[in-house]
Design a protein around this ligand. Structure first.
Ligand code: NAD
Length: 296
């Protein structure tokens, strides 16, 4: 059996197009475009690439993009003042502070300063709490994107065994919560889990969010399982001096056993920005007292 490849790139493109249609309707109804502000502190090359892609995708979806670039030595008070200003700016519906921040800045304090109703990354404790008790809020983009891919592939997840590898606040924990809410039976595995291969072998759904290149092997996978690979790891390529991206799953062996699997790149990665736009548009609707479209 060779697994079907889940085309996250195509799914994300369709979601961005749908956001674009709703964004146009929103602009007409609200009399202004939905707006997303992105704050980048410092010159981290990967963050610069992410921020550029977010800006481009926001504009392409017909939303207003506000980019704020601050030098690496920005003081906490300056950054907090900017967040405060964005919190009260009526043209800004969503605020994203690109992580990681330079070491002298306290990430938790900055996230806490973002208005929970503009926290489109879903990292604020209020939004983590809302997710936990089932109130409407904002869910972190990457796990929400994974859930969308899973539902698209498998339909109803009721009763399925899901194993989430990784327990980070950004991916693992919210992923487990979303799967629980979708009526899957969820196990969270992590660095202290005993006999991880045996735990993973139980799963109809495997979500790998570890940050270890090609750790999950094909012989850990239950035949026919759906494998969602969140990992983005850069490793040396065959050609001297070059690198390539791999996931947390050993794709070559897993594709022989799984029923469906996300590739890296082109699987989960493209979903994150598409869901960010979706969250920003939902925020805009809520901020304007409009009902968010049900199909987003
Ligand atoms: P993290 O480092 O915060 O968390 C990793 C988790 O893996 C931890 O909870 C840890 O307990 C677990 N872990 C570590 N070693 C393990 C082992 N040997 N066995 C089992 N579990 C182990 O990472 P994160 O922020 O959750 O990101 C995970 C991966 O997903 C990274 O590769 C990251 O680059 C990627 N990521 C991708 C996207 C995207 O696709 N847009 C977004 C966020 C993260």
């Amino acid at each position: 059996m060779v697994a079907e490849r889940i085309d996250g790139k195509a799914f994300a493109a369709a979601l961005r197009a749908k956001v674009g249609e709703h964004a146009a309707r929103y602009a007409e109804a609200a009399g202004r475009p939905a707006g997303l502000a992105v704050v980048l502190v410092g010159e981290d090359p990967a963050s610069q690439v992410y921020v550029r892609s977010k800006h481009k995708a926001t504009v392409e979806a017909g939303m207003a993009s506000f980019e704020h670039r601050l030098p690496a030595d920005t003081e906490a008070a300056t950054l907090l003042a900017l967040v405060d200003q964005l919190n009260t700016d009526p043209a800004v519906d969503g605020i994203l502070v690109q992580l990681p921040l330079p070491a002298h800045l306290d990430e938790q304090a900055v996230i806490a300063a973002i208005s929970p109703d503009k926290d489109v990354d879903g990292f604020h404790v209020i939004n983590a709490g809302r997710l936990s008790v089932g109130q409407p809020g904002f869910v972190p983009c990457t796990p929400l994107g994974c859930l969308m891919l899973l539902k698209d592939r498998l339909g109803d997840l009721s009763g399925l065994e899901a194993v989430v590898i990784g327990r980070s606040n950004i991916v693992g924990k919210p992923m487990a919560q979303l799967l629980t809410d979708a009526n899957a039976t969820v196990t969270i595995a992590h660095s202290r889990t005993r006999d991880l291969p045996a735990v993973v072998r139980r799963a109809d759904i495997v979500v790998a969010a570890v940050g270890r290149p090609e750790m999950v092997k094909g012989d850990w996978i239950k035949p026919g399982a759906c494998v969602i690979d969140v990992g983005i790891n850069r490793v040396p390529a065959a050609e001297e001096g070059k690198t390539r991206l791999v996931g947390d799953v050993d794709f070559a062996s897993a594709v022989e056993v799984a029923g469906s699997i996300t590739p890296v790149p082109g699987g989960v990665g493209p979903m994150t920005i598409a869901v960010l736009l979706r969250n920003a548009l939902v925020a805009a609707h809520r901020n304007a007292g409009l009902e968010a479209p049900a199909d987003l």
